[in-house]
Each structure stands twice: as structure tokens, then as C-alpha cells.
Design a protein around this ligand. Sequence first.
Ligand code: SF4
Ligand code: SF4
Length: 97
Amino acid sequence: MSDYLPISFEDRMGLVEFRVGERAHIGVDGDSCGGCSTKACVVACPANLFVPTSDGGILFNYEQCFECGTCYMVCNTEGAITWTYPDGGHGVVFRRS
Ligand code: SF4
Ligand code: SF4
């Protein structure tokens, strides 16, 4: 039996606050992604921030990032993802409600 409440992705995201910084703390190199056959980041990112495009590329938006590091761990193309934490005072703020 699961201990998790039946809550939708949208409702779950609504429980999280993001203090969005001006600098993108994660960069994705579109040229590297074009040759990637797995697109592992798409299924691995818990915030659904990687979206495959019809031409084989990737759209990425850093603004609702949980800073979990999963995308960096699963990507097997060297240099495709540049990962840093957001600047001080910015980024995800987890809260209970
Ligand atoms: S970020 Fe990595 S896993 Fe995702 S599409 Fe680009 S190369 Fe592939
Ligand atoms: S750090 Fe986590 S939430 Fe942020 S883009 Fe990567 S996988 Fe998604």
C-alpha cells in the first residue's frame, strides 16, 4: 500500500515555490542533443523540463528546476549539460502545505 497521496503533477508543482534567477543555472547544448538517441533527460527530469522537438532537438527551461541533478547524471553525452546551482537567494524553495 502506498503512503503517497493521490495528487496530480500540477498540484504537486503548485506546492513548490521557485525564486527564479536571471542566470540559467543549467545549460543544454542543442548541437549535442541532436545526435542523442536516448533522450534520457526527457523521462528522467521530475519537473518535465526537457521537451523533445520534431527535428530531434531538445527544448529546456530552467525556471522550475528542483536542482536534483538527475539530468546531469543520466546524460551520457559529454558536454551536453552544463550544471551549476542557482545564484544565492534563487532557486527552488520546497514547502509543505
Ligand atoms: S541533455 Fe543529454 S540525454 Fe538529454 S537529449 Fe541532450 S544529450 Fe541526450
Ligand atoms: S536538476 Fe532535476 S529538476 Fe532540474 S532540470 Fe535536471 S532533472 Fe530536472
